[in-house]
Design a protein around this ligand. Structure first.
Ligand SMILES: Cc1ncc(COP(=O)(O)O)c(C=O)c1O
Length: 397
């Protein structure tokens, strides 16, 4: 096993280096209307099939400008899943609103629309389904809920670039959507984000929130690249969330490779699942027939009862994690607690989220952020499958 070295993420090509060098040679490093930012926005909007796109300096910022543009504010409630990265809830707090957690579906790990419906109050204004690990949430049910209760749907697609729901790309399934360009993601550019929408009005509002409340310049003068933002007057409260040109150029250079990353990810996941589903008590990620999964993370559940062992789920998971690492298989626990159990919220929320807790207790992720499954050649996938088999057999005996 030790002979097959895993591939580290992110992949950087000569094309990426050339793209960054072109920016340095041009000598224009920033600007809301600068060429790399504008190019990235146009190209990503086209890739997703969205009318408008705004590049930001993080996925969290992309989520925040979406919430702000949708008019979410103090006193409002926003429903978010109990299992996600903390940014999903933090962006709601940025606006002075309250994140209200809904439990997840135990099979898909995504927000459970029925539990979300139970959380709606007269103060609820929006719902943020997260397409966790690259699997689209149950969007028909979420949109039906939103329509009935008058909520804005903002997709958190930070982990799901390129995933499809009923043939439609994530990012076009709600009113607005946020993607992340963080180095760990399937479209990695260091730190950055992308906010997309089909609404011109929300786009205009989000553009101002992104740029200190100012309207972005409509023209860009290559002779005076830094003099494009001097005349604006602020019309609302905003933040400074513009990305720089180096990041935008790197993201643009990476974008044409996203389809290849998705295909490799799906190939690897299929190969690994085909091996793992043979072991009673091991449950590879489920993919409902009406959507595609881009496997940003590959989460495996272990069931002590079906495996025929006396351990608790937590004990079995921990033993497996240790045994996998001993076999040289990259494996991690991504998120160790549901969001409402973070100390930030624990004092206000005594509530339990049984499905989110059970999912975290009984699962682990194959591949790490530095060496994700989606980056690997087949020899590494097969070596990890062999290592899993040895680890599993060792802990069952
Ligand atoms: C589900 C989810 N939402 C939001 C974010 C925030 O993205 P960023 O780290 O680019 O701010 C992330 C990324 O880590 C994420 O995984």
């Amino acid at each position: 096993m030790g002979l097959v070295r895993p591939t580290r993420w992110p992949a950087i090509t000569d094309g990426d280096r050339a793209a960054v060098t072109r920016v340095l040679d041009r000598g224009v490093l920033s600007g809301a209307a600068a060429p790399e930012i504008r190019g990235l926005e146009a190209e990503f909007a086209a890739a997703v099939g969205a009318r408008f796109c705004l590049a930001t300096n993080s996925g969290t910022a992309a989520l925040h400008i979406a919430l702000a543009a949708a008019g979410i504010g103090a006193g409002d409630e926003v429903i978010v899943p109990a299992l996600s990265f903390i940014a999903t809830a933090q962006a709601v707090l940025y606006e002075g609103a309250t994140p209200v957690f809904a439990d997840i579906d135990p099979v898909t790990y995504n927000i459970d629309p029925a539990d979300a419906a139970r959380r709606v109050t007269e103060r609820t204004r929006a719902v943020v389904p997260v397409h966790l690990h690259g699997l689209p949430a149950d969007m028909d049910a979420i949109n039906a809920l939103a329509q009935g209760a008058g909520l804005t749907v903002i997709e958190d697609a930070a982990q799901a670039h390129g995933a499809l729901y009923k043939g439609r790309a994530v990012g076009t399934l709600g009113v607005m959507a946020a993607f992340s360009l963080n180095s760990t993601k399937n479209l990695p550019a260091g730190e950055g984000g992308l906010c997309v929408t089909g609404s011109e009005e929300l786009y205009a509002g989000a553009a101002r929130v992104r740029f200190d409340g100012l309207e972005p310049p409509s023209k860009w003068d290559p002779g005076h690249p830094l003099d494009d933002e001097t005349d604006g007057l602020a019309t609302l409260r905003g933040w400074m969330y513009l990305p720089g040109e180096l990041t935008a150029a790197l993201a643009r250079s990476q974008l044409p490779r996203l389809a290849e990353t998705t295909a490799r990810s799906q190939r690897n996941a299929a190969r690994l699942s085909e091996r793992l589903e043979r072991f009673p008590g091991v449950e590879p990620p489920a993919v409902p027939r009406d959507r595609t999964h881009v496997f940003h993370k590959y989460r495996v559940r272990v069931d002590p009862e079906r495996a025929g062992v006396r351990h608790s789920a937590i004990a079995l998971r921990d033993r497996l994690l240790e045994a996998l690492r001993a076999e040289g298989v990259e494996a991690v626990r991504w998120q160790t607690a549901p969001l409402p159990a973070h100390p930030l919220f624990a004092s206000t929320s005594g509530e339990r989220y049984p499905n989110a807790s059970a999912a975290l207790d009984s699962t682990l992720v194959i591949g790490s952020q530095s060496y994700p499954l989606f980056a690997q050649p087949l020899e590494v996938v097969d070596a990890w499958a062999d290592g899993f088999e040895r680890a599993w057999n060792a802990i069952l005996t």
